[in-house]
Design a protein. Structure first.
Length: 359
């Protein structure tokens, strides 16, 4: 029989999965919607590990049987190499699933896009970036909510805030894909405002942080807040409604400012803005608790300056280049239309390799 030595990580997950399964079967759990959501989310996160583990156990049993039969009948020997390859592949898949992970990978996100150097051209590019993320989210079946947009004169985005949520609990949530997007994005193209056809370079910045289901652990003192209300405005400054329903919340100790004008009422906008503020304060607390994470996240945008770019979008060459991992592709038009998987896969692979190397 083949030797099997289940790693402790698998033993721990088997025990945790069984415990979660027992909790989900208990009707009393569902009296607490928050607890039921947390248990269900973790159960879904572990499902791929369990599925792969079960497949591996079956493949190992089949391999053992094939080897025993081959000892008595050479006709079965031909099955052994294929089963060995299957076992090797499943073992690698399981190892990848058990690799150290970002604890926020299953979380939803709040994503901010801000224009930087380049004036109107930068604002137009910021709008292009926001549309790229929205289109990618739509391909994944995620829900996108625009919390706030400040338009430029030509319809670009001076800044925009998006909430992006997956519809189902999953191990690989929105954060697992978009967490690499924070930083300065540089564009090279002929602006619509350029009459001589010259290529210009400008930049826009992206900030992204996880928005967990529950943020009640963040205590917010009302006396630390300045809350302003104003009239919601649309593209070109046109009024969306006739009431002062938009809300801007400034957290005075940290200087964080959150605005929301997507909801119909002032109370709804305030509640949504408080959720976003809580998520940002939670991310800030985690950064301060972990200096390594702080350095990584704080460096997303120091200044929206072309020299601090993480990625370049070259329109004349239809080329996209991510400078952190040396990724290059000549399908910029497709990427801006939401076809980001190859790029995000490469970033994810580099992240997993770095985590495993750090162990």
């Amino acid at each position: 029989m083949a030797e099997r030595t289940a790693p402790s990580a698998i033993d721990d997950i088997l025990a945790e999965y069984a415990g979660l399964e027992s909790q989900l079967a208990d009707p009393s759990l569902h009296n607490d919607a928050g607890a039921a959501r947390r248990v269900g989310k973790r159960f879904a996160e572990l499902a791929p590990v369990m599925t792969t583990h079960r497949k591996l156990e079956t493949a190992l049993d089949d391999l053992d049987a094939a080897r025993e039969l081959a000892a008595d009948d050479s006709a079965f020997a031909a099955e052994v190499p294929g089963l060995e390859a299957q076992v090797e592949e499943l073992e690698q898949t399981l190892a990848d699933l058990l690799a150290p992970r970002d604890p926020h990978d299953g979380d939803d996100v709040v994503l901010e896009v801000k224009s930087g150097e380049g004036g109107e051209e930068s604002a137009l590019f910021a709008a292009d970036l926001a549309r790229m993320y929205i289109r990618y989210a739509e391909r994944r079946g995620w829900k996108v909510e625009t919390l706030d947009v400040a338009y430029s004169d030509l319809g670009g985005y001076k800044e925009a805030t998006l909430s992006i949520k997956s519809k189902d609990a999953t191990r690989d949530g929105v954060w697992s894909r978009f967490k690499f997007e924070g930083g300065v994005h540089r564009v090279q193209r002929v602006p619509v405002t350029e009459s001589q056809g010259r290529i210009h370079t400008s930049a826009a910045g992206v900030l992204i942080y996880p928005e967990p289901d529950e943020v009640e652990e963040v205590q917010i003192d009302e006396s630390d807040l300045r809350i302003d209300v104003y009239r919601s405005s649309g593209k070109g400054g046109q009024g969306v409604n006739t009431t002062d329903s938009a809300v801007r919340i400034t957290h005075l100790p940290s200087g964080i400012v959150v605005t929301c004008q997507n909801e119909r009422s002032q109370l709804q906008n305030k509640a949504r803005a408080m959720q976003v503020l809580a998520a940002r304060l939670q991310a800030l607390a985690e950064e301060q608790a972990d200096q390594e994470a702080a350095a990584g996240r704080a460096s997303q945008i120091r200044t929206v300056d072309r020299s601090e770019r993480i990625r370049t979008y070259n329109f004349p060459e239809n080329r996209i280049a991510d400078h952190r991992i040396g990724f290059k592709a000549h399908n910029l038009d497709a990427v801006l239309d939401g076809d980001m998987d190859a790029l995000l896969d490469a970033l994810g692979k580099a992240d997993r390799e770095a985590r495993m190397a750090a162990e």
